[in-house]
Design a protein around this ligand. Structure first.
Ligand code: KG4
Ligand code: ZN
Length: 347
């Protein structure tokens, strides 16, 4: 059993959590969404400054909520990759400083491994192997989870991440930022079949299509063309809810098809979903129906564990700590690091 204090600052959430293996003692998330909304997306320089302002407040609150004393904490962890370098540095510097001051081991954590561990927080009985669909503002990944630190990347996006596509299409439809929840909300009133948008496919050099990779830029352009066509043909207001529902359903079907293909091809019975887009109602409906049809299980963590948080980082760190893994205090942050290279973070 390991009690970990973890910090997550890879993008626009300053988060600190204290977790004992899979049990959350405290989890503080200070979101910067309101600050970045004016710019329609995350501004890296502003994000790092906001992390600096919030990190100590979040740390104090997490320790107070957990009602814990320093001697009870076994190690300090922080997300070291991938992410915005300036943002990552704030969390990692704070974690290393605490580790030195309190004489505790330090563990660097891979952000995507953290998202995978969000599923364990909710269901500690979940055991690998399983397939994890990670869909966020920065990632669209299908990962074969073999064990702690052992991953195979089965599929990814060739262009925009799923959340990025939601955010861009929302902007095109004049909906608020972040776009995913706005599209999801208005799509509830729309006709999913009003506009048959094309599912983005990734061609293979030998012919045919990649069974697990996605592409969303063509779909985004198709929505743009449809909007332009409607605007040139009629003076009526745009059918925003129909456009949103048709777009959302196309994304949900495309992700569901690829996820089910991975599970069947790799002979696993369980699928876990993570990242902000895991909150999407159409994705949940399509995956739930498809898994039931194929006699598979699907796990969606609650929304607050789908989006960025430090509890998932602490949970991943606890598993590594229990296996004797430790990071060097000279471990540097990295803007990119494939999940297959997680073990390079440990001594
Ligand atoms: O995991 P997350 O909080 O941050 C990243 O690591 O990117 O994901 C944020 C993304 C945003 O693009 C947001 O639009 C999307 O998740 N999102 C949704 C929904 N809720 C959040 N996308 C579709 N439907 C939703 N209900
Ligand atoms: Zn994330």
């Amino acid at each position: 059993m390991a009690t970990i204090l973890a910090i997550e600052t890879s993008c626009d959430e300053t988060a600190v959590a204290i977790v004992k293996d899979c049990e959350v003692y405290s989890s503080i998330v200070a979101s910067q969404i309101d600050v970045h909304r004016a710019y329609g997306g995350v501004v890296p320089e502003i994000a790092s400054r906001q992390h600096l302002e919030m990190i100590n407040i979040c740390l104090e609150q997490a320790i107070e909520d957990a009602k814990i004393q320093w001697p009870q904490i076994d190690a300090i962890a922080a997300t070291v990759a991938p992410g915005l370098v300036g943002s990552l540095m704030v969390g990692v510097t704070a974690a290393k400083t605490l580790a030195i001051f309190h004489d505790k081991p330090f563990l660097g954590v891979h952000h995507l491994e953290g998202h995978i561990y969000a599923s364990y927080l909710n269901e500690p009985q979940l055991k690998p192997p399983f397939v994890c669909l990670l869909v966020s503002g920065g990632h669209t990944s299908l990962i074969y989870v073999k064990d702690c630190g052992s991953y195979e990347m089965l599929g990814s996006t060739r262009d925009d991440a799923a959340g990025e596509a939601f955010d861009k299409v929302a902007r095109l439809l004049s909906l608020s930022y972040p776009g995913g929840p706005a599209i999801d909300r208005i799509a509830q009133m729309g006709n999913t079949e009003a506009f048959p948008f094309p599912e983005g496919k990734v061609s293979l050099p030998e012919g045919g299509y990649h069974p697990y990779d996605s592409s969303f830029s063509g779909l985004k352009t198709a929505v743009l063309r449809q909007v332009q066509k409607l605007q040139s043909e009629t003076k009526q207001p745009l059918p925003i809810s129909d456009l949103a529902a048709s777009f959302q359903t196309t994304v949900a079907k495309s992700l569901t098809k690829r996820t089910i293909a991975c599970a069947l091809d790799y002979g696993v019975k369980t699928i876990a979903v993570g990242g902000g887009v895991a909150a999407n109602s159409a994705l949940r409906q399509h995956l739930t129906a498809a898994t039931a049809m194929h006699d598979l299980e699907v796990h969606f963590p609650p929304l607050k564990l789908c989006t960025d948080n430090a509890a998932m980082i602490a949970c991943a760190a606890a598993d590594h700590f229990n296996r004797g893994h430790r990071s060097s205090l000279s471990l540097a942050v990295q803007s990119r690091l494939p999940i297959t290279e997680v073990m390079s973070l440990y001594l």
